[in-house]
Ligand binder design. Structure first.
Ligand SMILES: [Zn+2]
Length: 324
């Protein structure tokens, strides 16, 4: 089938932008940083199973990081891994947890123990089972014949120690994925989808992926003004810049940069999609002349009658390359 699609979650770019915009001493900075680290580790875990997925490319359509929506129920959900075959549809919830993992399915909780300290997490089995129900409804909504749906949990961290009830075989290390897949091929030999139906499902999945990100300001109870500080140096985070001809030099670490103001606007475009007044930009880019600011807004924003809305797709790819 030779078909692998991997989506990088938009929220990761948004979190990076928020960390670049938020002053380090802001009371919410540490909370955002910890949230970002967890999310980034999760994404690294999803990527790390890529090696195993290479072996399945001839047998399944592979989708990683899909965001789907059940329109009539107004539910959005993100699935780490979907493998579509003509016989069944596999959903994988990938977790990158370390330590000793005790899956308590009766009580729908995951207890992780590291160095005698225990922590309780939401149960990934309950989560993937919920996704299986949603996928079933999604297939019905798109008039795709009902396939057996197999929800499994993949632990991508090799050093994690898994303890799970023996009656639930669908929890394993990523090294077990190929063996499980072979077992499923044997368990579900009946072809459900014709070649055309399979192609239609593939097309529908690709069309349906919508990742509009998250309103992080709302999520962390932040105000727009919290992120409208001046552009910062990508090297030392100082905001003491001297603008020169086409370059800015940092007064603290002496590094010169061409696009500190563009990167700053790009970060804001990922976090705010409501119109901002000219005054906000004049304050934000006080180093620049009013004409330069207007030129930047014409290039990267749309005027909607109330103010300027920055749009991420208007920026060059390099605008998001600065480090957190
Ligand atoms: Zn600097």
């Amino acid at each position: 089938m030779q078909h692998t699609i991997q989506h990088r979650p938009f929220i990761l770019d948004q979190l990076r932008a928020l960390l670049r915009r938020l002053p380090v001493h802001h009371p919410k900075y540490e909370e955002v940083l910890q949230f970002y680290k967890r999310f980034d580790a999760g994404f690294a875990g999803e990527q790390s199973i890529g090696y195993h997925l290479n072996f399945l490319r001839d047998q399944a359509f592979i989708y990683q990081g899909l965001s789907l929506e059940l329109k009539e129920k107004n539910i959005k959900f993100q699935v780490d891994l979907i493998l579509v075959t003509p016989y069944f549809l596999y959903i994988g919830e990938v977790k990158n947890y370390s330590g000793a993992l005790q899956f308590d399915l009766e009580r729908s909780q995951l207890i992780r123990t590291i160095e005698n300290r225990s922590e309780v997490f939401a149960c990934p089995v309950a989560q993937v089972d919920r996704h299986a129900r949603l996928i079933k409804l999604w297939l019905q909504q798109h008039k795709i014949p009902s396939l057996p749906i197999i929800p499994h949990v993949i632990v991508s961290n090799r050093r994690a120690q898994i303890a799970a009830p023996p009656h639930h075989p669908g929890i394993y290390h990523s090294d077990g994925l190929l063996k499980q897949f072979d077992r499923l091929i044997q368990t579900y030999p009946k072809r459900v989808l014709s070649k055309n139906q399979l192609a239609r499902l593939d097309k529908q999945i690709q069309l349906s992926h919508v990742d509009t990100g998250t309103n992080l300001l709302q999520r962390f109870d932040l105000h727009v003004n919290d992120i409208l500080g001046p552009p910062r140096c990508s090297s030392c985070r100082s905001s003491r810049f001297i603008p020169g001809y086409q370059t800015w030099s940092c007064q603290d670490c002496r590094i010169t940069t061409r696009n500190a103001h563009v990167s700053c606007l790009y970060d804001i475009s990922l976090l705010i999609n409501e119109p901002l007044k000219r005054k906000a930009f004049n304050h934000l880019l006080e180093h620049l002349s009013k004409q330069s600011i207007l030129r930047l807004l014409r290039q990267y924003a749309v005027y909607d009658g109330k103010g300027y809305v920055l749009s991420p797709e208007k920026f060059p790819a390099s605008a998001g390359n600065t480090k957190v």
